[in-house]
Write a protein that binds this ligand. Structure first.
Ligand SMILES: NC(=O)c1ccc[n+]([C@@H]2O[C@H](COP(=O)([O-])OP(=O)(O)OC[C@H]3O[C@@H](n4cnc5c(N)ncnc54)[C@H](O)[C@@H]3O)[C@@H](O)[C@H]2O)c1
Length: 360
């Protein structure tokens, strides 16, 4: 059996989870690697047993020489659109990490390339593949929650700037909103049934910066790229209210750094029958026989690391179905990625103008 040949574009932190996901699938091989930091890509090749002759510093050269079947785009955000479009035009099915791009215009260009080439474009909305999302969606679809009219999502860190390019707008497109908020905005909207956003009101602050004043008590992952120096030009805290066409509202708060007691990553959906907490654990807030009651699962389902493997396996299944001309539904399609970028664009626009931004 000929294996599906996967390429990795950007051999940094998250790419390891893509590579490990591919390596779990018997009919896929990680065949080629690319990073502008060639030494980093070579060390990665040695770690994962990829022959050094398949390692490149330029994705165009890699795509032309290796002709991979599928590609993971795991670069910093500014390279998502150019790398994904090049890979799609080279005939690859593509999974691109979140955020889909720097803005909605880039995201649309990526989807156009996927459509023109008849290729799959999946976005790395890994939270859709968590066990918590599966159970929450089951609760919602079975009618336990009723109509969802309000949702709250937080991804707050007290001290969690990832370092390097994550703070440099030219490479990241923004701060905690585009890096962290994107996860919870997407998951919440997905659980709400993917309603169409119509406007957003937001505020963004840069008060604490990259916090060089804080001494680390333990080692944390920091993104580094040889020969590059990055500035801190993004926000460190964002808050926003997103309005959907069906009248529902989502409020979101996210931070790299904030003077709060501790970070949090909670999501709550308020329905007419019950409230549903998704994160940190699935719980229902309802009433039983007329008494207020809280229902927790005896077997809790927090977000689990295996979600990355499910995400990669799903992408490969979609690629196979597309190749065979079989119908398939991608669980995290580029079309949803575009909508999320529209929401992020609107929040940043509103933060800049001080007024609500309309999403068309
Ligand atoms: N799904 C998740 O939970 C999750 C978690 C972390 C990061 N991410 C996303 O993954 C992406 C990468 O993040 P990371 O933490 O791995 O960053 P990283 O800095 O560790 O790795 C990014 C790599 O991309 C390389 N790169 C940049 N431009 C390139 C180009 N044109 N061609 C080839 N390589 C290029 C850099 O040299 C670097 O090695 C980001 O978009 C980030 O938002 C997703």
């Amino acid at each position: 059996m000929e294996k599906i040949r996967a390429a990795i574009i950007g051999t940094g932190g998250i790419s390891a989870l893509h590579t490990e996901g591919y390596r779990k699938l018997p009919d896929v091989e990680v065949a080629a690697l690319c990073d502008i930091d060639l030494d980093k890509a070579l060390a990665y090749a040695d770690k994962y047993g990829v022959d050094r002759s398949h390692v490149y510093a330029d994705f165009n050269e890699m795509l032309a020489k290796e002709k991979p079947d599928i590609a993971s785009v795991t670069t910093w955000n500014a390279a998502h659109a150019p790398a994904a479009i090049a890979a799609l035009n080279a005939g690859c099915h593509v999974i691109c990490e979140k955020p889909m791009a720097m803005n909605a215009a880039e995201a649309r260009a990526m989807q156009d390339a996927a459509d023109q080439n008849g290729r799959v474009l999946q976005i790395g909305f890994v939270r859709r593949f968590g066990n918590d999302a599966r159970v929450a969606l089951d609760m919602i679809q079975s009618g336990e929650v009723g109509d969802i009219y309000y949702a709250q999502a937080h991804y707050l860190r007290r001290h969690g700037f990832p370092g390097g390019w994550f703070g440099d707008k030219a490479y990241s497109g923004g701060g905690p909103l585009i890096d962290l908020g994107v996860h919870v905005i997407d998951l919440t909207r997905y659980l709400m049934g993917n309603p169409k956003p119509v406007s957003a009101f937001g505020a963004a602050f840069r008060k604490l910066g990259s916090r060089p004043d804080i001494k680390r008590t333990k080692e944390v992952y920091t993104s580094t790229v040889k020969g590059r120096k990055f500035d801190f030009t993004v926000e460190d805290l964002t808050t926003a209210m997103i309005r959907f066409e069906n009248g529902a509202i989502l409020t979101v708060e996210c931070s790299f750094d904030a003077n709060i007691k501790s970070g949090s990553g909670d999501i709550q959906l308020l329905g007419t029958k019950a409230g549903l907490q998704v994160s940190p654990a699935v719980e229902l807030y309802t009433n039983t026989n007329g008494y207020m009651s809280n229902i927790a699962l005896t077997d809790p389902v927090p977000f689990d690391g295996d979600a990355f493997n499910r995400e990669i396996a799903h992408f490969v299944d979609c690629a196979k179905a597309a190749n065979a001309g079989r119908p398939f539904t991608c669980k995290a399609p580029g079309t949803d990625g575009i909508v999320i970028m529209q929401i992020l664009d609107a929040i940043y626009e509103s933060a800049a103008t001080g007024h609500e931004a309309i999403i068309k």
